[in-house]
Design a binder for this molecule. Structure first.
Ligand code: PEP
Length: 250
């Protein structure tokens, strides 16, 4: 089955609305002829409105970096899928390793957040990945297995068919250490196999699995040459228009 590649940027806690405007002014023309992949950018919440306006009529979709389940309520500091949808988002990142690490997000949150995202028409980009000590302790597959069984397996087949998975080994995020293409592909194969055991071969063959971890214009081509790798979730290199364009145009 052929899966359309996707390149998604994650600005984390960077850029103001004015900087968002400047980014898309430079980035949009660079994407004018890009058709081979889906392009997504996930700015911080205060920039979503500007990002949606800047990208209107283009092939660039906008996503949030997090959401809370429920439509609205007394939950100070949180943002719902309903709000992301209303501002014009199409995607939302769930359980990025920084959220797992600093805010204690766990598999129960993944289920609640993925279901809430889908309820409001957003495509969840669900992050999984092992920490350095887990890889060094030969526990990568155990950790990925637990993340998939706990966070994704509770979804229905229909829900699962709408999600995107991002494999992000935590030791490669923001460190400049990219997983080798072979190592990343092996992890993707494991994830796809685990997904097949729960949702069946067709669902496993159809789900897009992005790689994330220090992806840059100069290493993306080799990663994308791996059949198993369907795109990238990009942090640092998505902050600069030319650099993210270099990743998209691998
Ligand atoms: C990320 O934020 O998901 C990420 C992969 O960051 P970086 O590309 O900077 O490693």
């Amino acid at each position: 089955m052929s899966r359309k590649p996707m390149m998604a940027g994650n600005w984390k806690m960077y850029k103001t609305p004015a900087e968002t405007h400047a980014f898309f002014e430079a980035f949009k023309p660079l994407m004018a002829n890009v058709e081979h992949c889906d392009i997504v950018m996930c700015p911080p919440f205060p920039n979503l409105h500007a990002a949606v306006q800047e990208t209107e009529g283009s092939r660039i979709a906008i996503g949030g970096q997090n959401l809370y389940w429920g439509k609205e309520g007394a939950v100070t500091g949180e943002v719902s899928g309903h709000m992301l949808q209303a501002v014009g988002c199409k995607f939302v990142i769930i359980a990025h390793s920084e959220r797992r690490q600093y805010f204690g997000e766990n598999e129960a949150d993944v289920v609640r957040k993925a279901q809430a995202a889908l309820e409001f028409g957003l495509t969840p980009i669900v992050c999984v990945g092992e920490r350095l000590e887990e890889r060094e302790g030969n526990r990568t597959e155990q950790v990925l297995g637990e993340q998939i069984d706990g966070g994704l397996a509770p979804l229905t087949g229909d829900q699962f068919a709408k999600i995107v998975i991002a494999y992000e080994p935590v030791w490669a995020i923001g460190t400049g250490k990219t997983a080798t293409p072979e190592l990343a592909a092996a992890a993707h194969r494991f994830i796809r196999g685990r997904v097949a055991a729960k949702f069946g071969e067709a669902a496993a063959a159809g789900v897009r699995i992005l790689y994330g971890g220090s992806v840059k214009p100069d290493n993306v081509k080799k990663l994308m040459a791996e059949e198993e790798i369907d795109g990238a979730l990009v942090g640092g290199a998505s902050l600069d228009p030319a650099s993210f364009a270099g990743v998209v145009q691998y």
